[in-house]
Each structure stands twice: as C-alpha cells, then as structure tokens.
Ligand binder design. Structure first.
Ligand code: SAM
Length: 414
C-alpha cells in the first residue's frame, strides 16, 4: 500500500466502502471486489479496503471488538503489543509520575493507545509512512496523542528544547525486529534476532536511556542475560503460558533491579492476574538452596513445572522442592504447595526415557491419548511419540521427558 492510499483509506472518504466491506462475509469479498471495480472505484483503493478488513478480522483475537475500528499493516499487527501488556507498560510510567511519553517507533500504536487512554500525553514517532498513517487513525480519538512520521533519532525528545528532561517525561522504545522489503506470503517481513540488527539499534536505545531516566524498552524473550545493563530491571512476561517479551526498565521505572518474571493471564472478569518472581525470590527459594537430584529415586510425590517466563528470567530457584536440573524449570518435593506461576503434578512413576519402556507402561493402563512434555533433555518428542507406536484405549496420560541425575528419564504425571 502506498502512503497516499493509506491516507485515503483512513480518511472519511473511505468510510462508506469500509462499512460495506466490514458487513460482507469473507466468502463474499471476491464478489464485492468485482462489483466495486465495476462501479469505477480505483482498484488500489478497493484492494486497500479489503486488506484493512482482512487485517481487522485477524486482529480480533488480539484486540477484541476494538479491532473493528482500527487499522493494521501485516507487520504492525504482528508486532503490536497485546493491549493487556500495553496496560502493564503504561502502569510503570504512571506509577513513576511520568505524564508524557515519547513512543519511539510506535508501529500501529498499541502501546501509544494504552498511554493515551490512561491520560499520559504521547508523542508517537514512526518511520514508516503507511504504518504512521494507521497509528494516526488509531490514535485520532485521543487529543493527548500526536503522531509524527520520522526516524526517531531525528526527533527532539520532549524537554530537549529546554536542555533538560524533567522527571515527568519518559521514553518507550519497542524496536522493530523485521527486515523491510523481505516479505512472506502474508506480507510479513523476515525477523531479525541479533540486538545489533534491530531498529532503532540497541546502542541507540541505551543512549536514550542515558538521556531520559524513565526509559522502557520491549525486547525479544531471547534477550541475553549478559546484556542487562547494571541497575536495570529485565522483566520477562508470559501471556497464557507463551513468553511474549522481555521489557527493560531503567531508573524510576524499575521495580526490582535484575531479572524478574511475570506470569499473566485473563482473570475472567475483563482484567489480568499476574504473579511476579524476582531474583530475590529465587535466592530465597528452597530449590536454590537444595542440591539437584542425583537420580530418579530422589523424586518426591510432586513435580512443579515453572512457567516459561520464570525459566527465561532464570529465577527457577524460587520453585518449591529441589530442581531436577538447575535452571530448566522442573522441581520435585513432598510438600504439596501451590505457586501461581508453576503447574503442580503428582509424580506417578519414573522410568528410563525409552519409547519401548513408555509404550509398555501405557499399554498396561489402556492409555490411548498421550501428552508429552520435554525439558532439559536432548530428545525429539515427535520422534519419541512416533517410536512409541499407535496407542489404543480410553485412558489419557501425561509424561515429561527430562534428565534426572544425568540420565534421560520419562516421568508419568497425574
Ligand atoms: C515493534 S514495532 C512497534 C509496535 C508498537 N509498540 C505497538 O504496540 O503497536 C516497531 C516499529 O518501529 C518502527 N521503527 C523502526 N525503526 C525506527 C526508527 N528509527 N524511527 C522510527 N520508527 C522506527 C518500525 O517501522 C515499526 O513500525
């Protein structure tokens, strides 16, 4: 889409066609396209309308009903922060007394929307003109948000004109981790993984953090522990069990310096529940102080499986009991405690992690449905399942393949 078409599709001139396309089922879109072209509408504009509507349909799983009023590019939707996590980002700035945030690389504006909705003024900067046109449309209802099309490095930060940054100003950066112009079949561009390849660069993010104490940045869950700047909080967050980000929080935005994890899920009442684990929790935890297991005979009656955010943050020492292998997020013990960021299973039996052995166990119990988990062992669960062979029976079982005392072990869980 060209910037001109993006400007048109977000304008009042396109609202009639957008409404028609929104009211058309996906199966009727081809007929609609043919009819609109036949009526003399510009093919590029018709294509843009249909692209907006298709993106809104895809976006509804992330944005709910709000998606129907929003504009998304394929990359913009993919990279947009989930609204629930954007609200958590905003809460950090609000708690620190920040009243104006420069969102440097705002994408289609999901984080910026959360800032603006919470009453925080936003200067949203976006280099890509199509994406910035969409961000402008998405933020249009909020008079406290302004969108600028520019490279963020070239925009004076709020307060820079006066030569100082007040405590009320913050910076938020969610660098792009995609290569422009290298697209897949759905129009999304190739991902980059190295810190040096993201845009704005990691060095630039650190420069902004030096200039503005209240700086936050959203980075990949693979952010290396060794790159966490001193005194900064690196906060891994999972949503429904999937680790979505590692956010870095500088200065007044940090709640606990070092590595922390938040395990978030919907609370069923429109809000979010969260459980946070810190390095201090890990240092004080029983798993951190007791030695790892020397063999399967040391397994207790319970096994805890830490959420992956806790594993990524390296705070598995906070688990109850003793870790099976340091850092993989499995622990065992006899006290049946519950923690909100780990799943607890009863240990039924442990055996060598060999398909034949597991098959015999499953057949004996008439198990036809097997759930296989894997942590900290060099085994391919798909291949293991294949080699276990076809299973029949009404029963179901869950196994974790892991390493205990140096041996590949399959543990049946209840
Ligand atoms: C990960 S997305 C931001 C997503 C956003 N936080 C949201 O929730 O919708 C990063 C965006 O930064 C933009 N970008 C990359 N480098 C930039 C730069 N130097 N200046 C301004 N924008 C930039 C990209 O075009 C992309 O849209």
């Amino acid at each position: 889409m060209t910037p001109e078409t993006a400007a048109w599709v977000t304008s009042a001139a396109a609202s009639g066609l957008l409404a028609q396309a929104m009211a058309t089922a996906p199966s009727g879109e081809l007929a609609l396209q043919t009819r609109l072209r036949g009526e003399g509408h510009d093919p590029a504009q018709v294509a843009a309308v249909l692209a907006v509507v298709a993106a809104r349909r895809r976006a509804s799983t992330k944005f709910g009903a709000a998606a129907d009023r929003m504009f998304f590019t394929p990359d913009g939707l993919e990279q947009a922060t989930r609204p629930e996590l954007a609200a958590r980002h905003t809460a950090r700035f609000v708690r620190a007394g920040v009243t104006m945030v420069a969102d440097l690389g705002c994408g289609i504006g999901s984080d910026a929307l959360a800032f603006a909705t919470a009453g925080v003024d936003v200067l949203a900067v976006e280099a890509d003109p199509v994406t910035s046109a969409f961000a402008r449309a998405n933020l249009a209802p909020w008079s406290n948000a302004r969108v600028v099309t520019a490279r963020a490095e070239q925009v004076p930060l709020p307060g820079e004109a006066t030569g100082r940054h007040t405590d009320a100003v913050g910076v938020w950066v969610d660098p792009g981790r995609r290569v422009r112009g290298v697209a897949d079949a759905r129009g999304r561009s190739r991902r980059v993984f190295a810190l040096e390849e993201m845009d704005p660069t990691w060095d630039q993010v650190c420069r902004w953090a030096e200039q503005v104490p209240a700086t936050g940045a959203k980075l990949s869950p693979a952010f290396p522990h060794g790159r966490i700047p001193s005194g900064v909080e690196a906060h891994w967050t999972s949503w429904l069990g999937e680790v979505l980000e590692c956010a870095l929080w500088w200065g007044p935005l940090a709640l606990a310096a070092g590595r922390t994890a938040a395990v978030c899920r919907p609370d069923g009442r429109g809000g979010v529940t969260e459980a946070v684990v810190t390095e201090a929790d890990a240092a004080a935890g029983s798993a951190a102080t007791s030695l790892v297991l020397s063999g399967a005979r040391d397994l207790g009656s319970w096994l805890w499986e830490a959420d992956k955010a806790v594993v990524r943050a390296g705070v598995t020492g906070a688990l109850p009991g003793r870790e099976l292998t340091r850092g993989i997020g499995l622990s065992t013990g006899d006290a049946g405690v519950e923690v909100p960021w780990a799943r607890r299973y009863a240990v039924l039996e442990a055996m060598p992690a060999r398909p034949k052995v597991v098959r015999a166990w499953l057949r004996e119990r008439g198990v036809g449905t097997l759930t296989l988990k894997k942590r900290g062992v060099a085994l391919d669960p798909d291949r293991f399942r294949q080699e276990t062979g076809r299973l029949t029976g009404d029963g179901a079982a869950t196994f974790v393949l892991t390493t205990v005392g140096g041996a590949a072990t399959a543990i049946a869980l209840g």
